[in-house]
Structure formats: structure tokens, C-alpha cells
Design a protein around this ligand. Structure first.
Ligand code: NDP
Ligand code: MG
Length: 377
């Protein structure tokens, strides 16, 4: 494999730091050309000293909200479109990653996509940018990495269905009354994964699984009827693919993002010396499965319905969720208010048009405003 040059957007986050750990063991295959962070200047500086990238960008430069948005956007795009970058790992959280994904694909780069919100809000724009620029989109999300690993080398028509696994989050066995009143500390106690706060809260509401269903729809060209979800509390099986003949493949591994991140960089190749411990089926036992408690985790069905509806609805779902999670993290709404905030935004704005980038960003902004004005106490 020739030396590949990587830009990491969001290098100071959970996925970003995991990626740098992975890359530090793969220095003969990869070098780091660009790093960006939002606010963590100290960690970014440490990373700069260790990896010596040609470009380092701190997005939040303390400017006004609008100026910061604009300069943040240009900083991410600048990192994502450099000539000395082959692969852009988009590990930014939330809709802020959209323009960088589009720009990198337009420039023909491989985008290793952790930033699923981007694909959910604007899947058709992402596909159009890829088609125009000749870029490549490879998932980082463990479930989608599992599916990609199971289908690589096969044709899409052979796939009958995929089954995404979900840990069930910290409230898997809680009563619905108790879930309503869950605190931030409760929501951040994820049983199997250590991740950034936003996705950890999304895993507790199961909004994350809704985002992942829409993500699978766009990545693999599957209809929503071909995507199921099953709860698998141990998070060892990362997803299943059922083929037309009834055969089912799955990809297994300890719950760590190191392998999915590395695979997104090397796909379709595999590399040795990953530091991943050998798989021990006995240590991983028992592996159990449960139906999703759909009525107690309404964010999942709301998100899937938004995905089916199309237009701006997935962008509204995503933005309302981002805003509600941020209000919950700030202690301004209850955990149980999050699905209601999403539902209300979808009722008000779900019919909006999502044809263009501007239409999607307008729906995104309207959904955030809707949630802020109606649900802030
Ligand atoms: P974190 O919150 O840990 O990290 C987010 C990163 O993005 C940080 O580097 C942060 O900078 C930066 N950032 C935050 N806001 C902005 C912004 N407005 N503009 C530019 N950069 C910004 O998140 P995670 O690493 O957990 O998640 C990143 C993405 O990956 C999400 O989309 C998530 O859904 C997805 N993902 C994460 C998994 C995980 O295991 N963590 C698994 C699968 C998917 P700073 O720290 O300097 O403020
Ligand atoms: Mg996932």
C-alpha cells in the first residue's frame, strides 16, 4: 500500500483521538497532513507537535456566532480539500461537518465518515457531490463498517436485508417513567462504548439508531423495509447482512472504534499489526438479542419515519435532535422531553423541501429555532 495522507476533522474528539492512536501504529502506511479542532487548543497543540501536519485549524476563534460559523466552515473546507490530502476523516460532531464532506467529495477525496449527521441531513447532496467529483464515501460507524466488510466483493442485489445491532443504551431495562426523569449523569453511563457526549445521549434515546438506519439507507442503497434493528447488549456483533438465499453474515469484534476507523482508511485492504487483541468467543459469551422497546424509545421510530418521508424531514429530525440534546446537556429540558421536541419540529416543518443545500440549511435552522423557542424552560 502506498503512503496515504490523512486529514482529521475533529481530531480532539473521541473518534479523532482514536484515529490518531491508530495512525501512530501505522506510520509506514499513513501520514497526517491536516488536523482541525473546535475549542481544545491545548490538545490540538500536543497533536501538532507529535504528528507535524502541514495544516492545523482551530475552528472556534472566539468570533461572533455568525463569523465563527463562517470561519469554522472555511477552516474545515480548507483542511478537507488540500492537495496533500488523500483521505478526509470527518469526525466532527453534528451538522457543522456538512460542507467539508461535500467539498472533499467534490475534490475526489476518500471521505472516511464518522459524522453521520451529514449523510442523514443531506444524503442526496452527498451522493451528487461524490458523483461529480469522483470521491469515495466509506463509513466509520461500527455497524456500517460491519456491513461494508460483509458485502465487499459482492453485488448489491444479493443483499436481502441488514440488521443493525444496538446496545440498547443505559436505559435498556428501565421503566418508561424512570427513563422520562433520567439525569445527564444517567444518560452518559453507556454500558459498552466510550464516546463523545452528543452520541452518548443519542445512544440513550436511540436517536443514534435512527440516524444509523438513515445512514445505511444512503450508504448501501437499501429501502427502509430492508433495514431492521435488534438489541444486542454486549456490542460484539456489529451488524448482520442477510443475503437473498437466506444466508446471514456478521462481523464481530470487541467494542472498540479502532478497527472501524482503520478499516475506513484501508478498505478494501486489511493490514496486520493493528494491536487489536485476538477474538475469544468464550470471553465474549453470552451473546444475547432482544426486540427494541419501540414505544419506550420513540426517537427511533420518529427518525425512521422522517427518513421514509424524505425531503427536509431527515434534516429537521437531525437538527431538532441536536438542539434538544444540547438543551438537555445544559440542564434546560428533561431527558423525556427530547423525543417530544423532535416530534413537534417534524410536525411543524417535516414537509419542507430539501432539494438544495440552502433549503436543507434553512430547515435545519428553523428546526433549531422551533426547539429553542418551544422547549426551553
Ligand atoms: P466528540 O464530541 O468527542 O468530538 C467532536 C469533535 O469535533 C471534536 O474534535 C470537537 O472539537 C469538534 N467539533 C465540535 N463542534 C464542532 C464544530 N461546530 N465545528 C467543527 N468541529 C467541531 O464526538 P465523537 O468523536 O464522539 O463523534 C464524532 C462523530 O462521530 C459524530 O458524528 C458521532 O455521531 C460519530 N461517531 C462517533 C463514535 C464514537 O465512538 N465516538 C462512533 C460512531 C460514530 P473540540 O474537542 O476541540 O471542541
Ligand atoms: Mg454506531
Amino acid at each position: 500500500m502506498t503512503m496515504r495522507r490523512v486529514a482529521i476533522l475533529g481530531s480532539t474528539g473521541s473518534i479523532g483521538t482514536t484515529a490518531l492512536r491508530v495512525l501512530s501504529r501505522q506510520r509506514e502506511r499513513f501520514c497526517v497532513s491536516a488536523l482541525t479542532a473546535f475549542s481544545n487548543a491545548a490538545l490540538l497543540r500536543e497533536q501538532e507537535v507529535e504528528f507535524r501536519p502541514a495544516f492545523v485549524g482551530l475552528v472556534n476563534n472566539g468570533a461572533s456566532e455568525h463569523a465563527a460559523w463562517e470561519s469554522g466552515r472555511s477552516c474545515l473546507i480548507a483542511a478537507a480539500t488540500r492537495d496533500d490530502v488523500d483521505i478526509v476523516l470527518n469526525a466532527v460532531v453534528g451538522a457543522a461537518g456538512l460542507d467539508a464532506t461535500l467539498a472533499a467529495l467534490e475534490c475526489g477525496k476518500r471521505v472516511a465518515l464518522a459524522n453521520k449527521e451529514t449523510l442523514v441531513m443531506a444524503g442526496h447532496l452527498v451522493h451528487a457531490a461524490r458523483a461529480r467529483g469522483g470521491g469515495e464515501l466509506v463509513p466509520v460507524d461500527s455497524e456500517h463498517s460491519a456491513i461494508l466488510q460483509c458485502i465487499t466483493g459482492r453485488t448489491g442485489v444479493e443483499v436481502r436485508r441488514v440488521i443493525l445491532t444496538a446496545s440498547g443504551g443505559p436505559f435498556r431495562q428501565w421503566s418508561s417513567e424512570k427513563i422520562e426523569r433520567a439525569t445527564l449523569t444517567d444518560a452518559l453511563q453507556h454500558p459498552t462504548w466510550r464516546m463523545g457526549r452528543k452520541i452518548t445521549v443519542d445512544s440513550a434515546t436511540l436517536a443514534n439508531k435512527a440516524l444509523e438506519v438513515i445512514e445505511a439507507h444512503h450508504l448501501f442503497g437499501l429501502s427502509f423495509d430492508q433495514i431492521d434493528v435488534v438489541v444486542h447488549p454486549q456490542s460484539v456483533i456489529h451488524s448482520f447482512v442477510e443475503f437473498v438465499d437466506g444466508s446471514v453474515l456478521a462481523q464481530l469484534g470487541v467494542p472498540s472504534m479502532e478497527l472501524p476507523v482503520l478499516y475506513a482508511l484501508t478498505h478494501p485492504e486489511r493490514v496486520p499489526d493493528t494491536g487489536v487483541p485476538p477474538f475469544d468467543p468464550v470471553e465474549s459469551s453470552p451473546m444475547t438479542f432482544e426486540r427494541v422497546r419501540v414505544a419506550d424509545f420513540p426517537a427511533l421510530a420518529l427518525g425512521v419515519a422522517a427518513g421514509r418521508r424524505g425531503g427536509a424531514a431527515p434534516a429537521v429530525f437531525n437538527a431538532a435532535n441536536e438542539e434538544a440534546v444540547s438543551l438537555f446537556i445544559d440542564g434546560r429540558i428533561r431527558f423525556g422531553d427530547i423525543p417530544g421536541a423532535i416530534e413537534s419540529a417534524l410536525e411543524a416543518l417535516g414537509e419542507w423541501n430539501g432539494d438544495s443545500r440552502d433549503a436543507i440549511l434553512a430547515a435545519d435552522e428553523a428546526a433549531r429555532r422551533h426547539v429553542r423557542t418551544r422547549f426551553q424552560c
